[in-house]
Design a protein around this ligand. Structure first.
Ligand code: F6P
Length: 365
């Protein structure tokens, strides 16, 4: 038996669009005569002495995967941190993955992951040319460099925009300030895109510190204007200009930190209430990671899945797939790592400029 095989895993926080990638990968692999193994729970499925996987098939990979959020092969965070804590070294892990990959006779491994997964994979596969890896960027935060969009981001922006629409009626009826706290970790893409799309008056992002007095001024002017209410979109890790969050790791392992942010929306709402204006905070939380996959993520997932299989079939691996100006391209993972994996909103980002242009307060830019 000379069965050609490709592996796929989804790693890091889940999002909408992962299943679209899995379906397209399955269909493209099948067409080229490959069997597709879906490793369960990210790297945990392959970095074990007995790999845990399912053989993907037509029944699992039907059209419903195009729209369903989450991952049919599950996902996992902090695998590396846990493995290091348990006493394994990086070379132990390299060996285990390499053995699993070989034993299963894989031609390549597709990892759908974010910046953290990219770093971990680079570390585990560097110096081992036999491990053929292709990474597909996914993260609602959209903070992976080199690509305009990562899987999950555009659905999250839609989910957040829809949620803000639901909050608007209360803000309007009660002539209140509503503070909507959104995810994004250290990047403000979700807040900026959804804030503009929803007509927010204030959009606070981690990249630009804010002045609370200017936030209050904006709230007062919105409430006293004909509009009569105010919408404030706040990314979870924003900072006041005279104050820095202590961005510490809770994992205890500095190399792969994972910080949990919470409470900034309520904090800003409390400060607004001090001025005598009625304010409420809404934390959108994990609803941003679910929802029917947007058309854009279905299309992007399909394009990425097909291209990943092509790269493996052409033996052109060690690559990160990127979506740039309506094209799917691939860049060497080591080059992305050298340059800087993390993408942030810049002062001259067209969306930042647009928000300022239409009178939104976006912090001290
Ligand atoms: O990175 C994606 C993300 O949803 C961030 O926006 C958020 O800070 C974090 O994951 C939440 O992680 P967890 O699901 O582990 O709480």
């Amino acid at each position: 038996m000379n069965l050609k095989r490709i592996g796929i895993l989804t790693s890091g926080g889940d999002c909408s669009g992962l299943n679209s990638v899995i379906r397209a990968t399955f269909l493209a692999a099948k067409k080229l005569g490959y069997e597709l193994l879906g490793f369960k729970r990210g790297l945990r499925g392959i970095a074990v002495s007995e790999p845990d996987y399912i053989v993907l098939n037509d029944e699992i990979c039907d059209e419903t995967l195009l729209t369903s959020a989450g991952s049919v092969i599950n996902s996992d965070t902090r695998w590396m941190t846990d493995a290091l804590k348990s006493g394994k070294t990086v070379s132990d892990m390299k060996m285990i993955i390499y053995n699993g990959y070989n034993a299963l006779n894989l031609s390549g491994l597709i990892c759908v992951g974010g910046d953290g997964s990219l770093r971990v994979l680079n570390e585990l596969t560097s110096g081992n040319e036999d491990l053929q890896i292709v990474v597909i960027p996914k993260t609602i935060d959209n903070d992976v460099s080199s690509t305009d969009f990562a899987i999950g981001f555009q659905t999250a922006v839609k989910v957040v925009s829809d949620a803000i629409e639901n909050v608007r009626s209360t803000a309007k009826s009660h002539e209140r300030a509503m503070v909507i706290e959104v995810m994004g970790r250290d990047a403000g893409f979700i807040a900026m895109y959804a804030g503009i799309a929803s007509g927010a008056d204030v959009i606070l992002v981690p990249e630009f510190k804010y002045d609370i007095e200017k936030v209050k001024d904006k709230v007062k002017s919105s409430l006293s204007s004909k509009k009569g209410y105010c919408l404030i979109v706040v990314a979870e890790s924003v900072e006041e200009k005279n104050f820095s969050h202590e961005k510490v790791t809770v994992s205890g392992i500095v190399k792969y930190p994972h910080v949990n942010y919470k409470g900034i929306g309520q904090h800003i709402s409390d400060l607004i209430m001090e001025t005598g204006i009625d304010a409420r905070a809404v934390v959108l939380g994990h609803i941003q990671r679910g929802g029917t996959t947007s058309v854009n993520d279905r299309l992007l997932g399909t394009m990425f899945g097909i291209e990943a299989v092509k790269l493996i079939d052409n033996n052109d691996c060690g690559k990160l797939l990127c979506y740039v100006g309506n094209n799917v391209i691939s860049v060497k993972i080591e080059d992305v790592i050298k340059k800087n994996i993390n993408k942030r909103l810049l002062h001259d980002d067209p969306y930042v400029k647009a928000a300022k242009c239409i009178g939104v307060y976006v912090g001290e830019v």
